[in-house]
Design a protein around this ligand. Structure first.
Ligand SMILES: Cc1ncc(COP(=O)(O)O)c(C=O)c1O
Length: 494
C-alpha cells in the first residue's frame, strides 16, 4: 500500500500528485509498476475519489503514468525530465523540500528522513493562510509583559559580557542556568535533582536526539503511547529503532498492555499531560510503569512538556521524582516562555550524564550562551514566576471560554478530553467520520477559522472525527467567536 501524507495546507490533489511524481522520479516506483486504483487510494487515505482522479489525470498529462481502460494506471516507461527544466517557483513563502533534491549521493541516514517528509512544509507553525482565528495548538501567549521581561533579561545578559563569557562554555550548559533550572524544578515540580544531572539542550527535540543517539542501535525496541508525539518517533526511526505502541485510555498508557518479553530499551511517555489527549497517567499505572522498567532494565523517557499549566489540585509530580535512575526527564521552555527561545533540558540518571555531555560537546559544543545568560536573569528575577502564575490563570479562563461556547453552540454529541490543564483540548465528534475533517477545514477557512485534527498522531486511527483546539495564544473573545463560527460551519457541513 502506498503511504502518502495528506496533511499540509496544500490542495489535496496537488499533494497526491507531487508525492506520486516524486516516487516515480526517485525510482521507488518504476516503469510498468501498477498504481493502486483510485477507489482504494481514496479509501485508504480518507479522501475523495475525485481528488485522486484529478491527480492521476495530471500525472498522465505530464507523462508519469499511462491510464489504460480496464487495467488502471501504470508507471510510464520514460525517464523523468532533467532537473534544470523543471525549476518551479513556489507560490508561498513556506519552505518545502523538493523531490528534485533527492539524490543518490545522500547518506542512507539523510534519505530515511527525506523520503518520509519530503512533501511537508519545513516550518512548523501557524497555517499559511493566516486565518483570522487560528486554533493552532502548542503556542503560548506572548503578552507584552513577557516581551518586556525578555528584553530586560537580554539587555542584562549582554551588558555583563566579558571575554570569558564570550568563549565556548560548558557543553552541559552554564552552571548558573543549571542551578536555576534545578531550583525551579524543586519549587514548581517537587522534583529534586542536582545541577550536575542537567544538560541544557536546544529544545526538548535535541534532548530526544541525544537520548536516541546514546541509547538506540538499529532494531532496538522502543515503546510509545498511541496516540503519540511524532517529534520523538521520527528521531527514533531515524536511528532505525523499532517503535511499538501501547494504547491509552482516560487514565493514560494502559500499562498492563506492555509486552512481557522484556526486549525494550526505552519507553517514551507524557505522564503528566499525555500528548495530544491531555489525560494524566493514574497513580497505580505510574507505579506499575516504574516497576516494569526496573524489572526489564529499560529506561523511561519522560516528556514533561507543559505540565506547569495544571488548573486544579496540586501539580502532579514527574515520574522522575520517584526514580531518578530509571527515568530520563525532558523539559522545555517552549511552553513556559516560547518555542522561539529553543531551550530545553534533560535531567539524567547518573549513569548517563558523562556520555550525554560528551555527545553534546561533539555535536554542537553547547547551546547559545547569550540566551542561557538571559534565561538566568529571567529565572532569578521573580518575573518568570509571576509570568507563569498569570499565564496559568489566563489559560484557565481560555479553557473555560472554549468549553462553555462548545457546550452552548454545538448541536450534536461530542466529548472533550484533557481539560484539567495545558493549552489545548481534544474534541471527539461521535457521529462524524474522521475523513470529514478536510471538508470541514475548508469550510471553516472560508469564514476565517483555522482548525486542526490530531489524527496523524494516532497509530490506530480513530473512526470518529477528532479536533484539537489550541487556546494558549488566543484571547477569550477570539475563542468564543472562533467556536461560534465553527459551530455554524459544522451545522451546514455533512
Ligand atoms: C509532546 C511535546 N513534547 C515536546 C515539545 C517541545 O519541543 P521543543 O522543546 O523542542 O520545542 C512539544 C512541542 O510542541 C510537544 O508537543
Amino acid at each position: 500500500m502506498l503511504n502518502l501524507h495528506i496533511d499540509s495546507n496544500l490542495q489535496i490533489n496537488r499533494q497526491v500528485f507531487k508525492q506520486l511524481a516524486y516516487l516515480i522520479q526517485s525510482g521507488h516506483l518504476q516503469a510498468g509498476d501498477k498504481l493502486p486504483s483510485t477507489r482504494s487510494l481514496a479509501k485508504n487515505h480518507g479522501i475523495s475519489r475525485n481528488v485522486v482522479n484529478m491527480a492521476y489525470d495530471q500525472l498522465s498529462i505530464e507523462g508519469y503514468i499511462e491510464i489504460k481502460r480496464g487495467s488502471g494506471a501504470v508507471v510510464a516507461g520514460v525517464k523523468a525530465p532533467k532537473q534544470e527544466n523543471r525549476k518551479r517557483k513556489s507560490k508561498t513563502n513556506a519552505v518545502t523540500l523538493k523531490p528534485e533534491v533527492f539524490d543518490k549521493q545522500l547518506s542512507a541516514f539523510a534519505r530515511r528522513c527525506f523520503v518520509e517528509e519530503q512533501t511537508k512544509s519545513l516550518q512548523w507553525g501557524f497555517g499559511e493562510n493566516k486565518a483570522e482565528i487560528d486554533f493552532r495548538f502548542g503556542v503560548p501567549y506572548l503578552g507584552e509583559s513577557l516581551q518586556e521581561h525578555l528584553q530586560k533579561a537580554f539587555r542584562g545578559a549582554t551588558k555583563r559580557l566579558d571575554s570569558r563569557q564570550l568563549d565556548y562554555g560548558d557543553p552541559r550548559g552554564d552552571r548558573r542556568l543549571r542551578e536555576s533550572i534545578s531550583n525551579y524544578l524543586a519549587i514548581s515540580r517537587s522534583f529534586h535533582c542536582q545541577p550536575e544531572q542537567i544538560i541544557v539542550t536546544q529544545g526538548a527535540q535535541q534532548g530526544f536526539d541525544l537520548i536516541a543517539r546514546a541509547l538506540l542501535d538499529r532494531n532496538d525496541k522502543v515503546i510509545m503511547e498511541d496516540p503519540r508525539y511524532l517529534g520523538f518517533e521520527r528521531i527514533a526511526r531515524l536511528y532505525q529503532a523499532d517503535v511499538d505502541h501501547v494504547p491509552i485510555d482516560g487514565h493514560g498508557m494502559i500499562v498492563d498492555e506492555l509486552p512481557h518479553d522484556g526486549r525494550y530499551k526505552l519507553i517514551y511517555v507524557t505522564p503528566t499531560h499525555q500528548f495530544p489527549t491531555g489525560v494524566v497517567l493514574r497513580y497505580d499505572r505510574r507505579q506499575a510503569l516504574l516497576e516494569y522498567a526496573e524489572k526489564t532494565d529499560c529506561f523511561i523517557l519522560e516528556d514533561d512538556y507543559d505540565s506547569e499549566y495544571q488548573f486544579t489540585g496540586r501539580p502532579v509530580p514527574p515520574l522522575a521524582s520517584s526514580n531518578g535512575q530509571r527515568v530520563i526527564y525532558c523539559g522545555s521552555f517552549s511552553k513556559l516562555l516560547s518555542p522561539a527561545v529553543r531551550v530545553g533540558f534533560l535531567v539524567l540518571p547518573e549513569s548517563l550524564v558523562s556520555h550525554i555531555a560528551r555527545l553534546k560537546q561533539y555535536l554542537d559544543i553547547g547551546c547559545n550562551r547569550i540566551v542561557q545568560q538571559a534565561l538566568v536573569e529571567l529565572l532569578n528575577s521573580g518575573s518568570f514566576g509571576r509570568h507563569l502564575r498569570k499565564t496559568r490563570l489566563r489559560l484557565e479562563r481560555n479553557r473555560n471560554a472554549l468549553l462553555r461556547t462548545l457546550e452552548e453552540k454545538i448541536n450534536e454529541p461530542f466529548e472533550v478530553y484533557g481539560t484539567q490543564g495545558g493549552m489545548h483540548a481534544v474534541v471527539k465528534f461521535n457521529h462524524r467520520r474522521r475523513a470529514t475533517f478536510f471538508s470541514l477545514r475548508e469550510a471553516a477557512n472560508q469564514i476565517g477559522v483555522q482548525i486542526y485534527s490530531p489524527h496523524s498522531y494516532y497509530v490506530k486511527k480513530p473512526e470518529a472525527l477528532h479536533l484539537i483546539f489550541g487556546y494558549g495564544h488566543l484571547r477569550e473573545n477570539e475563542i468564543r467567536e472562533g467556536v461560534r463560527r465553527f459551530a455554524d460551519t459544522i451545522k451546514f457541513t455533512p
